[in-house]
Design a protein around this ligand. Structure first.
Ligand SMILES: [Fe+2]
Ligand SMILES: [Fe+2]
Length: 532
């Protein structure tokens, strides 16, 4: 009987390379390299403008069986701790209520990134031709599946064992109400899986994983532990042990294209765009989550940012790639300006828009306000006084008939949404670097808050067509939108989002919001064509 081409290829390969007689991992790895793909006929579904070299190496040299053995040990430790010791000490109930809310955002949002990283690394596997490089991407695909489950499990664990499960258990159904999800999807979804495969790798591995993963997955464990949360470090540090492989994959991706002519033309622009895309969202959002979403503080976000983003990544990590022609992004210096005030600016807006969220926010207490002023001199005069006014008007109590969004309208501080990042900004109130610019294209007005995003949009406007909440809900009343888009708890009337975490405080309902008669209005409507 004739044997198939695949069987013949395997038989021939075995004849040339005798099967190893030891179980030495390196020997097995070398042997496996002879079983490879037919590159002559390889046709990728996801082409890239760069040519990835055919002989690229991969540092980990893991074979699947070792990989599975290693990951199963990590899973046993993690799930064992969660289901045994942490359940017995009632760990989920010991978490500070403010931090419990923060984890609704952090774990749900990281899950978005993990899920898209599965697709991104699958796409890279498809684009690469070197067997070792494919092997590295394949291991990462498996890691990202693991991480997606882990993030989902954190929210499941909190909702099952902890306090106030609303938002831990059903965050995704609220994804179209507020602006935070859209920004998240821009960085960790579009950024990872749309466009050129190598550009996606730069977004995911070179910037997402080598740069923002450190604050997102490591610093978060310090803040969690300081606020009584032992669950998050148990899971997130287990995730982080896989990230080394992912950073190495990002490094090897750059090595694989370094000799291609396209690299000298496009690589630094792609890196700069990827860095700006990721930082524009994470710099303010992570700073806000840590400093405003905690009671016990670790260190000012600006310090963490400088150490991990500016020095370690922008200096050391990118410096190592200097021999391949990679330069630190030109936008890094402007990002540094954002690291000081941008998260404070964002919290003002986030708190004003609290009914559109899926978590509870709280204003800084007097003790926390002192910490802000000590670490960000000038904070009180700019932000603190506004929070005092909101509190005096009863913003936490449904009977006050006041949400801070009304204050923005009364004081003529319009809130715009940056088309490229989807991050909201208020040019007349912000202390950070955001300034308003408006363009007309395709019969529609678009607002932007910075030079880099504006430049990215001007060269490829078709990439940024996502409607923002003001366009989407123009003319609609707020409680109607919340009800329609599932922003309520299981009683059908109490909002998931609340402007406090007090056990004794009353919870806002749809009726309380309806009484305010807040109607979505697009601030760009006040711009006539040409008035830009
Ligand atoms: Fe991951
Ligand atoms: Fe990763």
């Amino acid at each position: 009987m004739a044997i198939s081409a695949a069987t013949k290829a395997a038989t021939d390969a075995l004849a040339v390379n005798r099967a190893p007689t030891s179980v030495n991992a390196q020997e097995v790895h070398r042997w496996l390299q002879s079983f490879t793909w037919d590159f002559e006929k390889n046709r990728t579904k996801y082409p890239t403008k760069y040519k990835m070299a055919n002989d690229t190496k991969e540092q980990f040299k893991l074979i699947a069986k070792e990989y599975a053995r290693m990951e199963s040990v990590k899973d046993e430790r993690q799930f064992g701790s969660l289901q045994d010791v942490l359940a017995r000490v009632d760990a989920a109930k010991r978490v500070h209520p403010k931090w419990n809310e923060t984890m609704k955002v952090v774990s749900n949002f990281l899950e978005v990134g993990e899920y898209n990283a599965i697709a991104a690394t699958g796409m890279l596997w498809d684009s690469a031709t070197a067997p070792e490089q494919k092997n590295g991407y394949l291991a990462q695909t498996l890691d990202e599946i693991r991480h997606t489950n882990q993030c989902g499990y954190v929210n499941y664990y909190f909702s099952k064992n902890g306090q106030d499960p609303a938002g831990h258990n059903d965050a995704r159904r609220t994804r179209t109400i507020g602006p935070l999800w859209k920004g998240m999807k821009r960085v960790f979804s579009d950024g990872f899986i749309s466009g050129d495969a190598v550009e996606c790798s730069i977004n995911l591995q070179l910037v997402g994983e080598a740069c923002f993963t450190n604050p997102l997955i490591v610093a978060v464990t310090e803040w969690a532990a300081a606020n009584g949360d032992e669950i998050t470090p148990t899971v997130f540090l287990s995730i982080e042990t896989d990230e080394l492989r992912h950073m190495a994959n990002g490094y090897q991706t750059v090595v694989s294209i370094a000799n291609d002519e396209a690299a000298s033309k496009y690589l630094n622009t792609d890196l700069n765009n990827a860095f700006w895309t990721q930082q524009k969202y994470f710099t303010p959002v992570l700073g806000m989550a840590f400093e405003y979403g905690s009671h016990f503080k670790v260190e000012p976000w600006v310090k963490t940012w400088n150490r991990w983003v500016y020095e370690d990544w922008g200096g050391i990590w990118i410096g190592r790639l200097g021999k391949y022609g990679v330069e630190s992004p030109a936008s890094l210096r402007d990002a540094k300006k954002d690291a000081y005030w941008a998260h404070h600016d964002l919290f003002l807006i986030a708190y004003a828009l609290w009914p559109t969220g899926f978590f509870r926010l709280t204003l800084p207490t007097a003790e926390e306000a002192e910490w802000f002023e000590a670490n960000y001199p000038g904070w009180h005069d700019h932000y603190g006084v506004i929070y005092e006014e909101w509190r005096a008007r009863g913003c936490e109590d449904p009977s006050s008939g006041f949400i801070p969004l009304m204050w923005f309208i009364e004081n003529n501080h319009p809130i715009y949404i940056d088309r490229v990042s989807q991050v909201p900004f208020c040019p007349s109130l912000c202390k950070g670097a955001s300034t308003l610019r408006v363009h007309e294209w395709n019969g529609k007005l678009h607002s932007f808050s910075d030079d880099w995003g504006e430049r990215m949009w001007l060269s490829e406007p078709e990439r940024y067509e996502c409607q923002n909440i003001f366009e989407q809900y123009e003319g609609r009343e707020l409680s109607e939108v919340i009800a329609e888009l599932h922003g309520v708890r299981s009683d059908g009337k109490t909002l998931i989002a609340q402007p406090h975490t007090s056990k004794d405080g009353r919870l806002w309902t749809l009726d309380d919001i309806k009484k305010l008669n807040c109607v979505f209005a697009d601030p760009l409507k006040s711009f006539e064509a040409g008035d830009k």
